[in-house]
Structures are given as C-alpha cells and as structure tokens.
Write a protein that binds this ligand. Structure first.
Ligand SMILES: Nc1ncnc2c1ncn2[C@@H]1O[C@H](COP(=O)(O)OP(=O)(O)O)[C@@H](O)[C@H]1O
Ligand SMILES: [Mg+2]
Length: 287
C-alpha cells in the first residue's frame, strides 16, 4: 500500500491563539500515513476478538471507532498503545514502527478519570509529563495553561474528591493534552458524563485538536459524539470485531458541536451509521 494517502479537507478557520482573529489556514491535500494496521487478528482463550482488521490513518486525522459493547474496541486501542502482550497476527505501526509499552509518542485517555486522589488538580495535570521527565517549571506552566483551557483555573490546588465527575474528566483531558505526543488514543472518555458536560467536553476536544492537529483515535458508543468531532467514523461489528464501514464525515470545520445537531447532514450521517451498526449486530446473531 502507498505510504502517501490523499487526504482532502476543506480550508478551515483556525485561531492561532485565543483572542487573535481566526485566519484561513489551508490544510495540505496529502498527508503521511500515521497509523497502519494490516490484517490484524487476535484471540483470547481461543475466541477471536479482532478479526482481520486493516486500517490506515493519515497524520492529523481525527478518527472515531464505534461498535457494540464487547466487539474489541478497547482491545484495538490497547494494541495501538502497545499494551497487549497476547499473541496476534498481522501488523500494526504508528509512525512507521510498532508501538512499545510506555511509548512516549502516545497519550492515552481512559473512560475512568484515573486521577491520583493524593494529588491536587495541578499535580494530576502534571503527572504524565513528570513520568516522561519534563522539567518541573515547563510542566507546571503547560499544566496551568491547559487547566485554564479546560475551565479549571482556580481549582489547581483542589483534590479530586472535591471535584465533580465532569471536572475530574476535564483534569484528565488537561493531563492528556499536556503530553506532546503525536498520537492521542481516547477510550470512551466522556461515556459516563451527563449530556450537558459531554457537549462541553466534546467542544473542548474539537477546539484543542483543531489547534494542534494530532492523530486521534477516539472510541465512543455515542454516534452523535463520533460525528460531531471526527473526520471519519469506523464502524465495527459485534464479536468478532470487524470493520463493517468506514464513513467520512464531510462536515466543515471548525464545528459548533451544539449547532451541528440541528443540521440535516448530521442527521443523515447519524441514520447511515446507525444502519451499518444494526447490520453489524445482525452479523453477530449469525454466530
Ligand atoms: N485480557 C483479556 N483476556 C481475555 N479476554 C479479554 C481480555 N480483554 C478483553 N477480553 C475480551 O475481549 C472482548 C472484547 O473486549 P473489549 O475490547 O473490552 O470490548 P469493547 O471495548 O468493544 O467493549 C470481550 O469479550 C472481552 O471479554
Ligand atoms: Mg471498551
């Protein structure tokens, strides 16, 4: 397969820094392959979980993966993060090489906020950078900047037990984006949040991504979320997990997540993805 993929995207308005006038930034029409998965197969206890999955993601693309519970989404993400040591077939490369355990090219955000209860918000936001050896001054200033971006200014010295669930996820978001890794892997990060907080955090992720253009693989069971923030949605079937659809999301950026939900194109995409998901479930019935 060719290493260069066509990656058409419209011109977008991207503010360079908050407070400056947005300017028109033209996005390159080609991008290098960032993630390449070929014929991936994995079984646990003799039962196939990932079934011949192939996927190519260009640099800077925001990809969501949706699929029924238990279809292997988390396993896929763990494989991408180099966290699965179970034998598997096929190949999997990030930036041209296989991911390793503790790979600092990767930032991984889980569904649970996984904050350390004995650390304050600031210390939690610094944690990943600390593990990676970022000097203390640099990590503190980056963490403070990101905490401000996620709306936690003023809570730097608060412990997780005094934060709401939404605030804890904001802190985890700051901790994740604080890592200057080119690959962001997110596993249902907003799955347990209320609808309002979820929308706010989706907007925040879209905004942060818009500025940095890292390569993102985002797992969600929320189709609206997937459409709102992604360039592309991959639909997986129920066990064993296969890719049953690969749907480009050709909605202009930057996007206003709230307004999008009133757009006819959003509803069309929603209905289309829902249909492919249902097809994937029927596939499960047959096994
Ligand atoms: N370490 C493991 N050992 C054995 N089975 C596992 C392991 N991890 C996941 N599984 C199984 O693999 C399947 C896919 O799990 P998972 O990737 O967590 O699904 P999803 O994230 O799509 O809900 C499930 O049936 C789960 O029980
Ligand atoms: Mg999962």
């Amino acid at each position: 397969m060719a290493a260069i993929h066509t990656f058409a995207r419209e011109s977008v308005q991207t503010p360079e820094r908050p407070g400056t006038t947005p300017k028109l930034m033209s996005v390159p029409m080609t991008a290098k392959t960032a993630i390449e998965v070929k014929d991936l197969e994995l079984a646990f206890g003799g039962r196939t979980v990932i079934d011949r999955v192939s996927l190519s993601i260009p640099e800077g693309q925001f990809v969501s993966i949706v699929g029924p519970s238990g279809c292997g989404k988390t396993t896929m993400l763990n494989l991408l993060a180099g966290l699965v040591d179970a034998p598997h077939r096929g190949t999997l490369q990030l930036g041209g090489s296989a991911p390793r355990l503790g790979d600092d090219r990767i930032a991984y955000m889980l569904a649970r906020d996984s904050l350390l209860p004995w650390r304050t918000t600031l210390q939690n936001a610094c944690y990943g950078m600390q593990v990676r050896g970022v000097p203390s001054k640099a990590r503190e200033s980056r963490a403070r900047m990101l905490l401000q971006r996620v709306g936690l200014a003023g809570f730097e010295d608060t412990y997780p037990k005094h934060l709401s669930h939404g605030m804890r996820q904001r802190c985890a978001l700051a901790r994740t984006f604080a890592l200057e890794s080119p690959f962001l892997l997110m596993d249902e990060p907003f799955g347990a949040l209320d609808a309002q907080t979820k929308l706010q955090l989706q907007e925040l992720v879209a905004e942060l991504w818009q500025q940095e253009r890292r390569t993102v693989v985002f797992i969600t069971h929320d189709l609206g979320e997937a459409i709102s923030i992604s360039d592309r949605v991959i639909v997986m079937s129920a066990r064993p997990g296969r890719i049953v659809a690969d749907i480009p999301i050709d909605l202009p950026r930057p996007r206003n997540v709230r307004d999008l939900q009133g757009e006819p194109q959003f509803h069309k995409l929603y209905a289309h993805i829902w249909e492919t998901l249902e097809h994937g479930w029927r596939h499960d019935d047959a096994h």
